[in-house]
Design a protein around this ligand. Structure first.
Ligand SMILES: Cc1cc2nc3c(=O)[nH]c(=O)nc-3n(C[C@H](O)[C@H](O)[C@H](O)COP(=O)(O)O)c2cc1C
Length: 447
């Protein structure tokens, strides 16, 4: 049976509102076993990207305490210097029953008052209540629609959708299909995980209906990551074709770098099957280090390996991602309300008119017609566009609204926004933003 639309979390229309203005990009530096450490997390947060790390990257809960204290100290100093608070630090709790340290790590995370926590490999249910009581948001990573429903039932504030091509233990669903399937019944924050390697892909994730995206593989190849330099170099040399999906190493479907398997003397196309899943061993840093070298040097990455061309500083990767789409189109944070482009036919007609002296005005008229042609959209699509556009304005981030269908007006409008709550300072800006979207989109006949 298809799930029905769940209401938003009662606390606020947008749970991310509390730290949205501290983000330079709608991005999380993904938690990665043996890769994300103090340097990477602190650099990401300092430059406006949520910095996530698996708590099991620390050898003990005492070390976790040390890491969090160190990261907080660095961010405190840098936000004092820059006058801008850093993006949140986001511990990742492995909630699988074989993680013997879960409850101790949870206590450390609670003591540090972390603002957001991501749960992996299981239901977030055991940790949701204490984390909510401490004021943290809980995002659960999920790989199927059923998992998504369960995570919402367990009280998750947001979902990380693991999709095909992600680095590490990957999802298998197509990102377009998965995001749209979950958006049909969940209005809270969605994070896309898998294949996001630049600003363009990040923008595509937003258009698809996501609030944030993970970037994992790209952050492996940064100077601050804990990855072996040979791993980083291999990523620079590799493309998506070098990624092998296999359960041979962890017992779960994992994307691995083929060249690293070959370098360990194994045939990537003839790997032995792996027995029972034992995540407990996989997440034990000390146990990993005792493995023979050839096993330690078999590395994971996602399809976005093609996007890794060098090993920059985290700050440079983030700056590049912010500017990237500018070369070809709009920057990542530009509004979604640009009118539709001219069709090829209209462009050709316009060129022809332009050649005849005195007919330039026809060209202008053609442009005028094109500009005011609206794009048909459903109520749901319009609501997502309005949400995104309002969120980009500092005075309109908290606006609560409904999109309602109305009889067509003389200006061709057939939908409007009914405001539920808005700060008075943001009223004019909000109506301008909504007006722009009304000029660009009309309710489609089927909506
Ligand atoms: C080396 C490696 C280790 C990972 N370890 C974890 C982990 O400990 N916890 C987790 O939730 N996800 C883990 N992941 C998955 C990432 O958080 C993320 O889902 C993935 O990297 C996103 O896809 P991308 O690499 O295409 O950006 C890991 C991924 C990689 C490549």
């Amino acid at each position: 049976m298809k799930p029905v639309l769940k209401s938003m979390t009662p606390r606020t229309i947008d749970p991310l509102v509390r730290f949205r203005d501290r983000l330079s990009l709608p991005l999380i530096a993904a938690p990665m076993f043996l890769v994300s450490g103090v340097e990477l997390v602190a650099a990401a947060c300092r430059h406006g990207v949520i910095g996530a790390f698996p708590t099991v990257n620390c050898r003990s809960c005492d070390e976790l305490d040390v890491w969090l204290t160190e990261i907080e100290g660095r961010l405190h100093t840098s936000s004092d210097a820059l006058g801008k608070p850093a993006a949140p630090v986001c511990p990742n709790l492995i909630v699988h029953r074989s993680n013997a340290r879960l409850s101790e790590d949870l206590q450390v995370v609670l003591r540090h008052g972390c603002e957001i926590v991501i749960t992996s490999v299981g239901s977030p249910q055991p940790v949701v209540r204490p984390l909510h009581d401490s004021g943290a948001l809980v995002f659960a990573d999920v790989a199927s629609v059923r998992h998504a429903e369960r995570a919402i039932e367990a009280g998750s504030d947001g979902l990380v959708l693991l999709t095909a091509g992600a680095g590490g233990q990957t999802g298998w669903l197509n990102p377009f299909a998965f995001v749209r399937a979950v958006r049909a019944f969940f209005e809270g924050p969605i994070v896309l995980a898998g294949g996001v390697s630049d600003g363009r892909a990040l923008r595509a994730a937003e258009v698809l209906g996501c609030d944030l995206a993970y970037m994992g593989t790209k952050f492996i190849a940064t100077r601050e990551s804990m990855a072996d330099p040979r791993y980083k170099a291999m990523l620079v040399e590799s493309s998506a074709d070098d990624i092998l999906l296999t359960s041979a190493f962890t017992g779960l479907q994992t994307n691995m770098l083929r060249p690293s398997i070959a370098a360990a003397g194994l045939d990537p196309d003839n790997l032995p099957p792996r027995g029972a899943i034992d995540i407990g061993k996989d997440i034990d840093v000390a146990a990993r280090e005792q493995r023979p070298n050839r096993w330690r040097d078999i590395w994971s990455a996602g399809h976005s390996a093609s996007g890794v061309t060098d090993v920059p500083m985290v700050a440079d990767l983030i700056a590049r991602t912010i500017g990237e789409p500018g070369k070809h189109g709009r920057p990542v944070n530009a509004p979604l309300t640009t009118p539709p482009r001219q069709s090829a036919l209209e462009a050709r007609a316009r060129r022809r008119c332009g050649k005849v002296a005195g007919l330039d005005r026809w060209g202008w008229l053609m442009d005028f017609t094109t500009r005011f042609k609206k794009t048909p959209a459903t109520l749901d699509e319009i609501r997502i566009r309005v949400t995104h556009a309002l969120r980009r304005h500092p005075l309109c981030r908290d606006v609560q609204f409904d999109v309602v269908s109305t009889p067509r007006t003389a200006r061709g409008r057939n939908w409007t926004v009914s405001l539920r709550s808005i700060e008075s300072r943001g009223l004019w800006e909000a109506s301008d933003i909504v007006g722009d979207i009304q000029d660009a989109y009309e309710l489609s006949a089927v909506a």
